[in-house]
Design a protein around this ligand. Structure first.
Ligand SMILES: Nc1nc2c(c(=O)[nH]1)N[C@H]1C(S)=C(S)[C@@H](COP(=O)(O)O)O[C@H]1N2
Ligand SMILES: [Mo]
Length: 344
């Protein structure tokens, strides 16, 4: 079996979650790929020209930073190296920036040498079919060996640069610019002084604040106000969080193992990749929260449940039935065995 990078979990074979933006920007212009910056032969490709170029087949393991992985995805497309050979980057071109046709002009970047070594490519087809729009069709970047945020959907422009230009997630959300899943390069911490951290923990008011990667482990935070807070990667292990309000907060990849979350409210929160193993989740409200890649029990390797690490949940725990579909099969099995609880 292919080993998974640390702290990743497999999605069901036939599943491919849609993460980030859901659709390209609507425009009447036909799809083109513009290539600019430090190249000797800048040019614009019509989509049909790209479709007519020789395609290669690629088999790729996808690893999302929110802890889901999908192994053996098959794409066809064009190797970035083949495009590079046509446009001839100048010697000063050290970075490549990928820019999307999307509402926020989403982008990401890579050192050019890494992009070539990793075999980054432009995908036009997935599993023998044109790439679905929600997954970046008609044209997306796929960067094997990096968290999937380095694989831009709806590619419309490539720029070759002397200096790096951070992408959307890297600049706005503290995603790690190196993004190596084998080294768990997921997030950078927010720039908070020790004093600021101490103060915010004392006030128990995290509402609307950017506190990503904050270390709050072991604290008494009963009744915490954390509506709309940005808490990606935060450490709440072993906290007392009874009655905490996390409505619409972003807790993706937060570590909450063994926290007491009775009566806590996660309505509309982003809980992708969050870890609730060992938590007390009686009367916890998860309705409307996004649960892709969330865990309620730890696994040994990628498949065996470590039952003793299981969260405590019962029929007082509140889920929408539909949101459980976002869980990986092993996590779903664990939750299903306890919720809704059998009444006999
Ligand atoms: N244009 C664009 N590309 C993007 C994103 C995005 O929000 N917009 N999200 C990135 C992230 S974080 C991930 S995990 C993958 C998700 O791709 P998928 O929806 O096809 O699974 O796309 C990446 N590329
Ligand atoms: Mo992602």
């Amino acid at each position: 079996m292919t080993p998974l990078p640390p702290n990743q979990q497999l999605v069901a074979r036939d599943k491919w979650p849609v993460t980030g933006e859901k659709a390209p920007r609507r425009e009447d212009r036909p799809w083109t790929l513009g290539i600019a910056g430090l190249v000797s032969r800048p040019r614009t490709f019509a989509l049909a020209e790209l479709q007519a170029m020789p395609h290669r087949e690629f088999t790729v393991d996808i690893h999302c930073v929110t802890r889901w992985s999908k192994l053996g995805a098959t794409f066809t497309g064009i190797l970035l190296a083949d495009i590079v050979a046509l446009v001839e980057p100048q010697a000063e071109a050290k970075f490549v920036s990928f820019i999307a046709r999307s509402e926020r002009d989403h982008s990401t970047s890579l050192p050019l040498a890494h992009a070539l070594e990793l075999g980054a490519f432009l995908a036009l087809q997935y599993a023998g079919e044109p790439l679905a729009s929600e997954h970046g069709g008609p044209l997306r970047v796929v960067t094997p060996g990096r968290y999937f945020y380095k694989s831009l959907k709806w590619l419309e422009r490539l720029e070759f640069l002397a200096e790096d230009r951070l992408g959307y997630w890297e600049a706005e959300a503290g995603y790690h610019n190196a993004a190596d899943p084998w080294q768990e390069q997921r997030y950078l911490a927010a720039n908070l002084s020790r004093n600021e951290v101490r103060q915010v923990l004392e006030t128990r008011d995290f509402s609307d604040r950017d506190l990503r990667s904050i270390d709050a482990s072991g604290r008494d935070l009963q009744g915490l106000a954390a509506g709309n807070a940005r808490l990606r990667d935060a450490d709440f292990r072993k906290c007392d969080l009874r009655n905490a309000n996390f409505a619409r907060a972003n807790l993706s990849n937060a570590r909450l193992q063994q926290a007491d979350l009775r009566l806590a409210n996660f309505a509309g929160a982003d809980l992708e990749g969050a870890n609730f193993a060992g938590c007390d989740l009686r009367s916890t409200d998860f309705r409307g929260a996004s649960l892709f890649g969330a865990s309620f029990v730890d696994l040994d390797g990628s498949t065996n449940l470590l039952a003793e690490t299981g969260a405590r949940l019962d029929n007082s725990t509140r889920f929408d039935d539909a949101q459980l579909q976002a869980l990986t099969p092993t996590q779903l099995e664990f939750v299903r065995a306890r919720w809704p609880q059998q009444t006999d």
